[in-house]
Design a protein around this ligand. Structure first.
Ligand SMILES: C[S@@+](CC[C@H](N)C(=O)[O-])C[C@H]1O[C@@H](n2cnc3c(N)ncnc32)[C@H](O)[C@@H]1O
Length: 323
C-alpha cells in the first residue's frame, strides 16, 4: 500500500503530465478532475449552497423524500451483505441520508467512498466516524477509473455515482465508463446514477455563472492550483471565466479565456506557454440528459433501468439500474 507522501508524489506527477498534454494541445484543455484540491473542495461546498446551483438541492430532495423507496430497491436485490461503493463521493452529504436509513433497517454493508481528492476523503471519513461510529467504512483516495477493477468480484455491490458527475463526460466517454463499471459488477448488482435533466437553457447556464462569481473562482482555481503545485505563474486576473450551454448536445461547457497576449511559465515542466488574446482553455463539460438518453446509456451497457426517482419538479433524476 502506498504511503500518503508517495500518493501525493504520484498525484503531482500525473497532474504535471496532464497539464502538459492539455496545454500542448490545440485547442487547449485542462481536466475538470483537477478542480478538486483542498481549495476547490471548499469552493464546491459554496457552489452547492448557491441559489443558482439547483442540482444538489434536487438530489438531496430525492434522497430525503424517497429514502424508503431507494432502500427497498437496494434490498430487493437480495439480503446478503453488500459493499456500498461511491464514485466521487465528495462530502457525502446526500449519501449520509441513505446510510442513516440503511443502518436503521439493520442492513449489513460496508461503505467504500472513492474520491480523487485526498482531502475530501479524509474529511468524509472523519465526519463518518463522528456521525456513524458503528459504520464499517473504508475511504479510497484515487482516480475511480483506476480502482474499479480492484473490487472483490465475489461480493454483492451497490455503486453510487451521484451529483451529476456522469455529466462531466461527453456521451461516448460516459458510455465507455459505464461499460467499465458493468464489467466490475455481477448480475443483480445495482448502480444508482444522478443525471441533471435538460431544461430551460437560461437556468442551466446560470448554474455555471452565478452572480456572486463562485463558479468563476472554482474554474480559475485550476490556474491557481498549477501555480501552487507546479510552480506556475498564471495571473488569474488576466483570464476570464466563460461558460456556455449548447441545447443540441445538452452540454454546458466552461472555458478559461486569456484576456491578453501573455506568456506563462510552469517550473515543474520547465516550459513557458504563449497565450494569444481571447484564446480559450476548455475546462469542464456538464452534460444534461433526456430520459431517452438515460435509458439508452443503461441498455447499451448491459443494465436495465429499475426505477427513475425524480425531485418534485423533475429537474433531476437518480436512475436505479441493475446489471
Ligand atoms: C460534482 S462533485 C460531486 C460530489 C458528490 N458525489 C455529490 O453528489 O455531492 C464530483 C466529485 O467527484 C470527484 N472526482 C472527479 N473526478 C474524479 C475521478 N476521476 N476519480 C475520483 N473522484 C473524482 C471530485 O473530487 C468531487 O468530489
Amino acid at each position: 500500500m502506498a504511503s500518503a507522501a508517495q500518493a501525493v508524489k504520484k498525484g503531482t506527477a500525473e497532474f504535471a503530465k496532464d497539464v502538459l498534454a492539455g496545454l500542448s494541445s490545440s485547442p487547449r484543455y485542462l481536466s475538470s478532475k483537477y478542480f478538486y484540491d483542498e481549495k476547490g473542495d471548499a469552493i464546491f461546498r459554496q457552489i452547492m449552497q448557491l441559489d443558482e446551483y439547483y442540482l444538489t438541492r434536487c438530489e438531496l430532495e430525492i434522497f430525503q423524500r424517497q429514502t424508503g423507496e431507494l432502500n427497498l430497491l437496494l434490498s430487493e436485490a437480495g439480503s446478503q451483505p453488500f459493499q456500498l461503493i461511491e464514485l466521487g463521493a465528495g462530502d457525502g452529504s446526500k449519501t449520509k441520508v441513505l446510510i442513516r436509513e440503511l443502518l436503521r433497517k439493520g442492513a449489513s454493508f460496508k461503505y467504500v467512498p472513492i474520491d480523487i481528492s485526498a482531502h475530501a476523503v479524509e474529511e468524509l471519513m472523519s465526519s463518518l466516524r463522528t456521525e456513524f461510529p458503528s459504520l464499517d467504512a473504508e475511504g479510497i483516495a484515487d482516480d475511480y477509473f483506476e480502482v474499479l477493477n480492484l473490487f472483490d468480484h465475489h461480493s454483492r455491490k451497490v455503486v453510487l455515482f451521484m451529483g451529476a458527475n456522469i455529466g462531466n463526460y461527453r456521451y461516448d466517454e460516459a458510455s465507455r465508463f459505464i461499460k467499465k463499471i458493468a464489467d466490475a459488477l455481477n448480475p443483480g448488482d445495482i448502480l444508482v446514477i444522478g443525471f441533471d435533466l435538460k431544461k430551460d437553457p437560461a437556468r442551466i447556464l446560470a448554474a455555471y455563472n452565478d452572480k456572486k462569481g463562485v463558479t468563476r473562482n472554482f474554474n480559475l482555481n485550476l490556474l491557481e492550483r498549477i501555480n501552487r503545485e507546479l510552480g506556475g505563474n498564471f495571473d488569474p486576473g488576466k483570464f476570464i471565466h466563460y461558460p456556455l450551454y449548447d441545447p443540441v448536445s445538452g452540454e454546458a461547457r466552461s472555458y478559461i479565456i486569456s484576456a491578453c497576449d501573455q506568456q506563462v511559465r510552469i517550473d515543474a515542466l520547465d516550459m513557458s506557454f504563449q497565450f494569444s488574446q481571447w484564446e480559450p482553455i476548455h475546462t469542464e463539460v456538464s452534460k444534461k440528459y433526456s430520459l431517452q438518453e438515460v435509458r439508452q446509456l443503461a441498455e447499451e451497457n448491459g443494465f436495465s433501468v429499475k426505477k427513475n426517482l425524480f425531485d418534485e419538479k423533475e429537474n433531476f433524476v437518480d436512475s436505479v439500474w441493475t446489471k
